[in-house]
Design a protein. Structure first.
Length: 402
């Protein structure tokens, strides 16, 4: 499988259809970020990404440096991710839940030499916090931030976009670094091939058409959020609309807009959606689980008011299992994997008599990041996991730690 960076997908769609909608800011964004809400076309987004990437070239970082992203739950995070790729570096996703001590640990463990963040996020001041992190870890050489009121010593990324010229993307490995189990001391590296395979395996069930919209409530700070959000949107050529700050009224307004929509939400919201009147424009609902997890009886029918219901379960940062109800129901797959037929070149699942789960395929190729040690080449072998599935009848009812 040839490496395909997400920034390459953006640029390719921009060449074919530059006026297609790519990124959509929520209407309430000015209130919590100080930045305007913008609807970005593929052409505009590709131009901004290229300019940001050109600015990153001026930071004199070695090729394939790891750059932290602490603004990944909104459109700025998407632009930053793509710009880091296009500049030939590797994005490292820093969850918003990390406190200052967690960030220091994560920056050191992943060998991060620069961080892109934002000045405001509600009452939080992420750029100020990263300045304190940089004072505690001298290996962090550059800080850049979007938004107004950027602290002294932090590079203004909005100005960088205006000042830089566009040039061709730099070669680079792509891929991503995330943190297993949300542990800042456990960075995990995934190659561009493995990331593309994980997105492709997900999109087999979560199908979308160009011109559709992907509306997500998931943070983009881990494999689950990246694959089901920005990654799936760019692979399908649809609009990506993240809602990093949940407001029930704003969410209802966004969901009601007259465009074919694919909704991605935490699985805990299934009961809420089942009790709601859903718009006719809703084509699919992706319910995102994270192992360990209970798999209770479904509250939504297989086609909720015409929308296909899809489950995806994240097994830490190693694998995602996606299936559309009813035939591809993940509860059936976790009970007897032989009854489903995933694309074997991407991912396969195995369950032993005691319920232990193992995965195989390029979509599962991820490993602990060890600084100075190259990642091992892909090997199509079974990888054991720390999880097992509990089964009643023909269905799995829970995924637990082994």
């Amino acid at each position: 499988m040839r490496a395909q960076r997400l920034s390459t997908l953006l640029a390719a769609t921009a060449q074919v259809d530059p006026h297609r909608i790519a990124l959509v800011d929520p209407l309430g964004k000015p209130g919590w970020s100080g930045r305007p809400a913008i609807v970005w076309t593929y052409g505009t987004a590709a131009e901004i990404v290229a300019r940001l990437a050109d600015g990153l070239h001026g930071w004199r970082l070695p090729a394939e440096s790891r750059i932290g992203l602490a603004a990944q739950d909104g459109v700025e995070g998407a632009l930053a991710f793509l710009a880091v790729e296009a500049a030939g570096h590797i994005p490292v996703l820093l969850p918003a839940l990390f406190n200052e001590d967690d960030l220091v640990t994560a920056v050191q463990a992943a060998g991060i030499s620069a961080v892109l963040t934002q000045s405001r996020f509600g009452q939080a001041r992420p750029a100020e916090r990263m300045c304190r992190v940089a004072a505690r870890y001298f290996g962090l050489r550059y800080l850049g931030a979007f938004g107004p009121g950027v602290p002294d010593g932090v590079i203004k990324l909005d100005a960088m976009v205006v000042e830089q010229r566009r040039r061709n993307p730099a070669p680079g490995p792509g891929g991503v670094v995330t943190f297993a189990g949300g542990d800042p001391a456990r960075p995990m590296h995934r190659s561009s091939e493995a990331l593309a395979a994980a997105i492709a395996a997900h999109c087999v069930s979560a199908r979308m058409s160009p011109g559709d919209r992907l509306l997500t409530l998931l943070p983009g700070s881990d494999l689950r959020g990246l694959v089901t959000g920005l990654g799936a949107a760019l692979m399908a050529g649809v609009a990506f609309e993240p809602l990093p700050v949940f407001d029930a009224v704003r969410f209802a307004e966004a969901l009601a807009r007259p465009v074919t929509t694919h909704l991605v939400v935490p699985a805990a919201l299934e009961a809420n959606l089942a009790a709601s009147r859903l718009p006719a424009t809703l084509a699919s609902i992706v319910l995102a689980h994270r192992a360990p997890s209970r798999l209770p009886p479904h509250r939504l029918p297989s086609r909720a008011e015409g929308a296909t219901v899809i489950d995806v379960i994240a097994f830490e940062e190693t694998a995602l299992l996606t299936g559309a109800r009813p035939d591809g129901d993940v509860a059936l797959a976790l009970a007897a994997p032989e009854r489903v037929n995933p694309l074997s070149t991407l991912m396969n699942l195995r369950r032993d008599p005691e319920g232990a789960l193992a995965f195989r395929g390029r979509a599962c190729h991820a490993g602990a990041l060890q600084r100075g040690i190259p990642q091992p080449e892909f090997s199509d072998e079974w990888l054991s996991s720390p999880f097992r599935s509990l089964v009643e009848g023909d269905r799995a009812t829970e995924v637990v730690r082994a």
